[in-house]
Design a protein. Sequence first.
Length: 190
Amino acid sequence: MKSAPAANTALEGLYQSGEALCTQCEAEGFRHITWYPDRPDVLARFTTKIIADKAKYPFLLSNGNRVAQGELENGRHWIQWQDPFPKPCYLFALVAGDFDVLRDTFKTRSGREVALELYVDRGNLDRAPWAMTSLQNSMKWDETRFGLEYDLDIYMIVAVDFFNMGAMENKGLNVFNSKYVLARTDTGDR
């Protein structure tokens, strides 16, 4: 099965928006990427290797933990992600592009340090701190209220103008339309 993200006007599966690549797999978009029993009761562990032009796509993101990365010839690079927990394919996510990034950490109640990364369109970094604080507060709340500790090494959010839905809460890599999560205190009421 050959994928053509630039020609994907249905915006399901892997599609190109502007200069970035993104997935929308809920409810049945994964079948536009590859052959798969695309049902919520079919669970699998996903290992994803992304290879792309480093100048055009400096950030290559997917679910799970980064397990390997490297440089290739002709200006390309690669990264491999591994999600150790079974999930349905509609929760698979991939984003590739050039973004501004805000980084922070969260210390779990057991003492593990989780890397937090918030990717935004270039020029929107000043609107990202509120979303980062909200993420940290929600992770703390999950631990306090429900006893749930985050189980991956990294939690990423992509908040961009081009995302075709309001949000997609893929495990480990949430994708939002920026109008729903980015704000500044001086403009948050508009």
